[in-house]
Design a protein around this ligand. Structure first.
Ligand code: AHR
Length: 334
């Protein structure tokens, strides 16, 4: 029995020697330490729109591709959940925190905590405001669209399309989430242009929280109250495509033709909007790209390599009227 053990041990020793010799031949005996993965904590707003789903997919795919460990948290459109997620990322000592803030305000305390913990923060998609101090002192970069410009583009497209300089144009507006940067900025951009066209009047404006269901519900109430007031709705400006798509259903159910009886312009440029344009039910969409994943991972890598980032990284975007929809749809990525 002991003889058997001695032979076994000798064989094991020989195998180890062969293994070590093999290692020596390939990398001169140096064992390379496995590189530590960068850990990114990302707090997403939710899954309220086609845009948001594409944004989430873009971030998850880009993290995988970049070899970055992603701790992803979905806040279901609640700020309290985003605050919890960010605090848990701080506790877990992630390398970088990124988030899309559901609303602009209420981030002071949590960002101070991240700063005190020495964890850099990246803002994606939406901006913030601080009640105390300069927000730029609390994030390293903010990447995303210019929402004010998107509102201006929607208004300029409309004025150009309507060619209506004298007669009144009655507009109803479906706003995004109350207190969110895109709702505030798109409204401001749109109104800025409309100041120069006083015959364009926003007769009703209410939030549809960026969802199809709410967009439909609010449009139904717009149609009802306009009827009761004896007003004609000429135009719908929706802060995103999902609300416009919900509103299209409400308009059809009211026996009207969306895209003809009511001209519709919305923002995002999701595939659903292109399909609605091809069906003649939506007149234009203003692009707002959710494909921020690649840029985000690049920024995370640069940051951890000690590089300086630009404070603002802007997304390039276009305007798509219905007559280009069929040509553009096959190449749309979201
Ligand atoms: O912040 C971007 C906006 O959020 C998109 O326009 C909208 O669809 C989304 O929910």
């Amino acid at each position: 029995m002991f003889k058997g053990i001695r032979i076994g041990a000798a064989l094991l020793a020989a195998a180890m020697l062969i293994l070590l010799a093999g290692c020596g031949a390939s990398n001169q005996g140096a064992t390379k330490p496995t590189e530590k993965k960068i850990v990114l904590g990302f707090s997403q707003i939710g899954a309220e729109s086609e845009w948001r789903t594409a944004n989430t997919e873009s971030i998850k795919a880009a993290a995988k591709e970049a070899g970055i460990e992603l701790k992803f948290s979905d806040a279901q459109q609640k700020q309290e959940n985003q605050l919890k997620a960010i605090r848990s990322f701080i506790q877990q000592k992630v390398d970088v925190i990124a988030f899309s803030p559901v609303v602009e305000t209420g981030w002071d305390a949590v960002l101070q905590e991240a700063k005190a913990a020495g964890i850099p923060v990246i803002l994606t998609d939406r901006a913030i405001k601080m009640s105390n101090g300069n927000p730029e002192d609390y994030y390293v970069t903010f990447m995303g669209s210019d929402f004010v410009e998107e509102g201006r583009r929607a208004a300029n497209w409309l004025v150009d399309f309507m060619k209506q300089d004298k007669a009144d144009v009655n507009i109803v507006e479906l706003q995004g989430t109350v207190g969110s940067a895109p709702a505030i900025d798109r409204k401001n951009g749109f109104e800025e242009v409309m100041k120069n066209h006083p015959n364009y009047k926003i007769i009703k404006s209410q939030t549809g929280d960026f969802t199809r269901a709410k967009g439909k519900e609010v449009m139904e109430s717009f149609l009802k109250s306009a009827k009761a007031d004896g007003q004609k709705i000429d135009v719908l400006f929706a802060h995103n495509d999902d609300m416009a798509i919900g509103a299209i259903q409400a308009i059809e159910e009211a026996g009207l033709k969306p895209g003809k009886d009511i001209i519709i312009v919305s923002i995002d440029g999701v595939k659903g909007a292109f399909e609605a344009m091809i069906a003649g039910k939506l007149n234009a969409t203003i692009e707002c790209s959710p494909l921020l994943g690649g840029q985000l991972m690049e920024a995370v890598k640069d940051l951890t390599a000690g590089k300086q980032l630009a404070k603002r990284i802007l997304t390039k975007e276009g305007v798509f009227p219905a007559d280009v929809a069929a040509k553009e749809l096959p190449s749309r990525k979201y």
